[in-house]
Design a protein around this ligand. Structure first.
Ligand SMILES: Cc1cc2nc3c(=O)[nH]c(=O)nc-3n(C[C@H](O)[C@H](O)[C@H](O)COP(=O)(O)OP(=O)(O)OC[C@H]3O[C@@H](n4cnc5c(N)ncnc54)[C@H](O)[C@@H]3O)c2cc1C
Length: 424
């Protein structure tokens, strides 16, 4: 019997349609307790979600949604565990070709831009089911990433020599040239970002004497082009979109593709057989310069501690920001009330921030504020109201009084630093 998955669109439709008379029996057939089923695996391995399964029946038969956060948290945690377990394992033993991705790895981890790029690479690698390709991640310097497999990486080439740490475009380019000579990837994908990818990608294109596509935000199959794909990228200083045949070297923007979320890959380590050329670098990285986080522009800050109307002890807030090494931000109310300067306002009419960690202290989560933090990677909310919109948006929520939580946080950080000092 063929092992091709056969879909039954009618059954899938019934599973989604809670008003259908056979809804419960079809959910049960799919192997779930229908009353509790919020997620189940569809026939093609894609996770299906039933938003109507959230909540509970009140005493008068009306459905209630628990806004205390307890149910949401529980479901989210259970959902995360389930989603983790339900990822389909994909192993590509003998790839027909390689798609090379050079992530920025800012802060030693895959950024959301890097993950989007890996999603784009998967589109290229998985397009032909008969001839699957493998996604090769080329990573430089020391890193802390542990989930290359969940981000869609089949092969991992790690250059961990200290030579590649910091700003080392010449050494990195030399290594990429060796990868090109030895593995000849079908495509090179780099983030079109200020964190190194844009510069390295253009250097690589010059070295390989190939014209790259920059500012790419979409690719589509197109049999009339030499490589079978066309791409759309921003052009004319971001004022227009340009479509062209997809070249081999692609510099892609954030959100160019959906990051991988439903499969787990081998992330098998590769090593080159050829040695890297010895190099006399003309650029020397003297290391990063410590800056006062308070002076960092909000739009560029990586870690923001932001205050709202729920902050009552301002001295404690400023002390906490200093202790944590965070850049200060604020809601409009905190600014209008004169507690924070106007240039610290986050939101639609303030600054749109892209921090890796955004801690919202006593901020309710009005839509104008949430707009300004939509690109933040992780949001932590400190609030007395478990039902407020900021708690719903947050990846981690702490329910309680802002002053006492910040005091406890500062004490904990001081204690940990002390312990580290004593151990050293
Ligand atoms: C055109 C327009 C543009 C706007 N642009 C922006 C913008 O760019 N940025 C922006 O921020 N707002 C903007 N606003 C305002 C926005 O609508 C909200 O009014 C504002 O964001 C609310 O600020 P807040 O969350 O600090 O205050 P509140 O809404 O008053 O919320 C305070 C929060 O603190 C919590 N809290 C209270 N006491 C404590 C305590 N002791 N400990 C912990 N938590 C506590 C409360 O539960 C509440 O959730 C705009 C509004 C308009 C109309």
């Amino acid at each position: 019997m063929s092992d091709i998955l056969r879909r039954d669109p009618r059954r899938e439709w019934i599973a989604r349609n809670r008003l259908h008379p056979e809804h419960l029996s079809v959910l049960a057939e799919l192997g779930e307790d229908a009353s509790a089923a919020t997620e189940w695996m569809g026939p093609n391995g894609v996770i299906r979600r039933n938003p109507h399964a959230v909540g509970f029946m009140g005493p008068n038969g009306v459905k209630r949604i628990d806004r205390s956060g307890a149910q949401q948290g529980g479901q989210a945690a259970a959902g995360a565990a389930e989603a983790k377990d339900s990822r389909r394992q994909v192993t590509i033993e003998d790839p027909a070709f390689l798609v090379a991705v050079v992530p920025d790895m800012s802060g030693g981890r895959l950024s959301s831009h890097d993950r989007d790029l890996l999603g784009l690479a998967r589109q290229l690698a998985d397009a032909d089911g008969e001839r699957p390709g493998a996604v090769l991640a080329v990573v430089f310097g020391t890193h802390k990433e542990e989930a290359f497999n969940e981000a869609g990486v089949d092969r991992l080439l790690h250059f961990d020599d200290g030579l590649f740490d910091g700003h080392a475009p010449e050494a990195r380019l030399a290594a990429l040239a060796v990868v090109e000579a030895e593995l000849a990837p079908s495509h090179w994908l780099l983030p079109d970002s200020k964190l190194g990818g844009a510069d390295l990608g253009r250097r690589l294109a010059a070295r390989l004497q190939e014209r790259p596509a920059a500012g790419v935000w979409q690719i589509e199959p197109d049999a009339t082009t030499p490589l079978g794909w066309r791409c759309t990228g921003r052009g004319a200083a971001g004022t227009t979109d340009i479509q062209r045949a997809l070249p081999r070297i692609v510099l892609a923007l954030a959100e160019c593709a959906e990051p991988v979320s439903e499969t787990r890959h081998a992330a098998q380590t590769l090593a080159l057989t050829q040695p890297l050329p010895s190099l006399l670098a003309r650029i020397e990285d003297l290391g990063s310069v410590a800056v006062d986080p308070a002076g960092v522009a909000l739009a560029e800050a990586e870690f923001i501690l932001s205050a709202g109307n729920g902050v009552k002890e301002w001295e404690g807030f400023h002390h906490a920001a200093k202790m944590l090494g965070a850049t200060e931000g604020a809601s409009r109310v905190a600014v209008d009330d004169g507690y924070m300067p106007r240039d610290r306002q986050v939101g639609a009419t303030g600054t749109w921030v892209t921090a890796r960690v955004y801690v919202a202290v006593g901020i309710s989560g009005a839509i104008q504020h949430l707009q300004g933090i939509q690109s933040c990677e992780k949001v932590v909310a400190i609030n007395v109201d478990p039902g407020c919109d900021m708690i719903k948006r947050a990846d981690l929520a702490v329910i309680g009084d802002s002053a006492s939580i910040l005091t406890a946080l500062v004490e904990m950080v001081a204690r940990l630093r002390e312990e580290k000092r004593n151990a050293a």
